[in-house]
Design a protein around this ligand. Structure first.
Ligand SMILES: *[C@@H]1O[C@H](CO)[C@@H](O)[C@H](O)[C@H]1NC(C)=O
Ligand SMILES: *[C@@H]1O[C@H](CO)[C@@H](O)[C@H](O)[C@H]1NC(C)=O
Ligand SMILES: *[C@@H]1O[C@H](CO)[C@@H](O)[C@H](O)[C@H]1NC(C)=O
Ligand SMILES: *[C@@H]1O[C@H](CO)[C@@H](O)[C@H](O)[C@H]1NC(C)=O
Ligand SMILES: *[C@@H]1O[C@H](CO)[C@@H](O)[C@H](O)[C@H]1NC(C)=O
Ligand SMILES: *[C@@H]1O[C@H](CO)[C@@H](O)[C@H](O)[C@H]1NC(C)=O
Ligand SMILES: *[C@@H]1O[C@H](CO)[C@@H](O)[C@H](O)[C@H]1NC(C)=O
Ligand SMILES: *[C@@H]1O[C@H](CO)[C@@H](O)[C@H](O)[C@H]1NC(C)=O
Ligand SMILES: *[C@@H]1O[C@H](CO)[C@@H](O)[C@H](O)[C@H]1NC(C)=O
Ligand SMILES: *[C@@H]1O[C@H](CO)[C@@H](O)[C@H](O)[C@H]1NC(C)=O
Length: 590
């Protein structure tokens, strides 16, 4: 067993604590948890919390031109999410400015065709055909289940194309169609010149437009899609106040048909020559906490609804900086850590899901990049830092009952922006039992570890007193490629299948005795996921040895399938990769 007592983990006894305090320049970070657990109104979230948002115009790079050219690496990436997703569908969204400006052409054979060579790079319209639904279904089948958000344009509320799309989307996708986002960033319509006849496109105009489109959605060529209650909005990003909009009549008038309240918001943009924040902004938890307070008054209106009628809130598009991200910021390990922190923060304040955005190849915040080839062409893919955020987030949220996420405010980090640590407790949805902790050390330079002391009270009096520890690590916060989740990395692989990571920055899984409490050493920079009760046995499955096989792995149940003892810390994909190699060798020798 790779329990590294000296440099990794110290049993928390008085003697060791004394040594620790005497030899460490910094006091240990006390992890304290409320005896009563988080309040019962905290939104229940699942391990598919973090979804992927794709810009429509470039969807064939990621999903293929047709069902025969679905890129296998993308299947592998999304499978890695599904494997860790407690058998929940992978959350995917197709939309963006380009879905607001594009036209559905049912009889067009090609999946997408660009229609405006002079378009702004942040809004490139296409015509798209039914092939889109075929590849969406194919992708879902290949990854063990996907649920889709799609955009419906509100740029012309009288458009006959919108009901046509809505009807066909429901017809072809069925239950895989989670919701339709009516209008993309309508609060920017005035700024983007979308309503040239109006000096200002107001929320009253917007409500009028909703009525217009709702009327048509009740009678599309494929029938009534309105009464499926799959509409989502307002998908504002920037200029409108959510509370005012909700109280202007929009929520009352459309509530019956609304499935989600949707927002998309970035901390800053790269639309002009200057930007607000450098990488350091993302490395202080208090900034993530403040950012998640955006539209807090409006969120309060939703949160105060009784849980039976409360609309789930989705951050349906976000990343580190809009307009394509910022090089040296959006493509760094620091932002991967931030993405985990911010996702969990959103969960803790009432969001039910959040979707990191990905655009055309080369955009700095992309999760992964297609090879330098034509869309759906062959070649090696590149894995970018934000992709790694999915691994700790989804594993930490694994629980059959769902989870409630609680910011532990370690070292006052929620408000003290000088702190470089953070911590969350992930609790069962229905009991006050925490099942994971997520600890952050944003310090930039491997070796500068921080000790987090875990109280015995947190461990409970159960039989299993061994914690499992898995780390997301990189040599420093600026790193782009050498990133490891446990001992797995996607660095240097072109096929989306992780390999064993090497390098001094890599931290193998650890099993930590913690009956009397213990101290956990988190290197800087790293995110640690603590499996209270030890690693579970989920995810060891041969299903991904053939990723067109939709049978999911025997996932989830971190609470019912705990390993007894310390020997079960097998990262999911490590074993499946091994099995897939075995399967391939087998196939080749037949
Ligand atoms: C996983 O989900 C699929 C689709 O919802 C379902 O058919 C299947 O039975 C589930 N598998 C397990 C092991 O729960
Ligand atoms: C949509 O049509 C209605 C009449 O049905 C008209 O009053 C309205 O101005 C039109 N809206 C736009 C944006 O063209
Ligand atoms: C434009 O409309 C929005 C939304 O109704 C409102 O918040 C804003 O104050 C208006 N702007 C002007 C200049 O009237
Ligand atoms: C839970 O309720 C408290 C008190 O009413 C409120 O401040 C908090 O925002 C609520 N949290 C969520 C996530 O709904
Ligand atoms: C996919 O379609 C695009 C646009 O029509 C085309 O340029 C590209 O060559 C196609 N890819 C493949 C692999 O055929
Ligand atoms: C956290 O803040 C409180 C006051 O709000 C202070 O008493 C305490 O010492 C602070 N703790 C740390 C670790 O900074
Ligand atoms: C899951 O929910 C069930 C039913 O409410 C409860 O009995 C069980 O204790 C919960 N599981 C955990 C790990 O708390
Ligand atoms: C982090 O450390 C690396 C290696 O020492 C250094 O190159 C980089 O500038 C540091 N980054 C920040 C944001 O301080
Ligand atoms: C994967 O499974 C499908 C369906 O069972 C089969 O057609 C295909 O040949 C398999 N691929 C590999 C690489 O085993
Ligand atoms: C990777 O980590 C797992 C779990 O700790 C361990 O069982 C396995 O041996 C490791 N693989 C390598 C190549 O070190």
């Amino acid at each position: 067993m790779l329990v590294r007592h000296l440099c990794g983990v110290l049993p928390f006894s008085g003697l060791w604590l004394g040594v620790l305090l005497a030899t460490s320049a910094f006091a240990a970070v006390q992890v304290t948890v409320p005896a009563s657990g988080p309040s019962t109104n905290v939104t229940v979230v699942y391990s598919n919390f973090l979804g992927v948002s794709f810009e429509l115009s470039f969807i064939n790079y990621y999903f293929g031109n047709d069902t025969n050219t679905v890129p296998e690496p993308v299947v592998q990436y999304l499978n890695a999410l599904h494997e860790r997703g407690s058998n929940q569908s992978v959350r995917l969204r197709l939309g963006g400015n380009s879905m607001d400006s594009s036209t559905y052409v049912p009889n067009q054979p090609d999946i997408v065709e660009f229609t405006d060579p002079t378009a702004n790079s942040n809004d490139q319209p296409v015509n798209y055909g039914q092939q889109l639904f075929q590849v969406m279904n194919a992708m879902s089948d290949k990854v063990g289940g996907a649920e889709y958000l799609i955009g419906l344009s509100l740029r012309d509320p009288n458009s006959t194309n919108v009901p046509l799309l809505a009807g066909d989307a429901q017809h072809f996708l069925g239950d895989k169609l989670d919701a339709m986002l009516l209008g993309n960033e309508p609060d920017l319509y005035t700024g983007h010149g979308e309503r040239p006849n109006l000096a200002n496109y107001t929320t009253n105009d917007y409500i009028g437009d909703y009525w217009e489109v709702f009327g048509e959605l009740g009678k599309t060529p494929q029938g009534d899609v309105l009464s499926l209650d799959k509409i989502a909005g307002p998908t504002i990003c920037c200029d409108w106040d959510l509370a005012s909009l909700l109280q202007s009549g929009w929520l009352d008038q459309f509530s019956d048909r609304l499935k989600y309240i949707t927002l998309q918001h970035y901390p800053q943009d790269n639309c002009g020559p200057t930007h607000k924040y450098e990488l350091d902004f993302y490395l202080h938890h208090a900034n993530a906490v403040s950012l998640a307070q955006w539209q807090n008054d409006g969120l309060d209106i939703i949160r105060q609804e009784p849980s039976a009628t409360r609309k789930p809130i989705l951050m349906d598009e976000f990343s580190s900086a809009s307009c394509g991200g910022l090089p040296g910021i959006s493509d760094t390990f620091g932002v991967a850590m931030w993405s985990v922190d911010y996702a969990l923060q959103l969960a803790s304040v009432g969001y039910s899901g959040a979707y990191l955005h990905t655009r055309e190849p080369g955009v700095t915040y992309n999760l992964f990049d297609a090879p330098p080839a034509v869309a759906a062409g062959a070649g090696a893919w590149t894995t970018n830092p934000p992709f790694y955020a999915y691994l700790p987030t989804s594993e930490a949220l694994q629980a059959t009952n769902g989870s409630r996420v609680f910011d532990l405010n370690v070292q006052n980090s929620s408000s003290d922006a000088t702190q470089s640590v953070a911590g969350y407790g992930i609790y069962d949805a229905t009991s006050n039992t925490p099942h994971h902790l997520v600890l952050f050390n944003f310090a930039n330079a491997t070796g500068a570890s921080t000790e987090f002391t875990i109280p015995a009270s947190l461990i409970g009096s159960g039989t299993s007193v061994t914690l499992g520890l898995r780390f997301l690590t990189a040599p420093n916060v600026n790193e782009k490629y050498n990133i490891a989740w446990g001992n797995l990395t996607w660095a240097g692989v072109g096929d989306g299948v992780p390999v064993t990571a090497t390098g001094s920055y890599v931290q193998s899984d650890q099993n930590v005795p913690c009956a009397q409490g213990c101290s956990i050493s988190v290197p800087g920079p790293a995110v640690a996921v603590v499996y209270l009760g030890g690693f579970n046995t989920q995810a060891a499955s041969s299903s991904t040895s053939n990723s067109s096989d939709a049978v999911p792995s025997s996932t989830s149940d971190s609470n019912t399938q705990q390993a007894d003892g310390a020997s079960m810390g097998v990262p999911a994909v490590g074993l499946t990769t091994l099995l897939s190699i075995v399967a391939m060798v087998f196939a080749l020798t037949l």
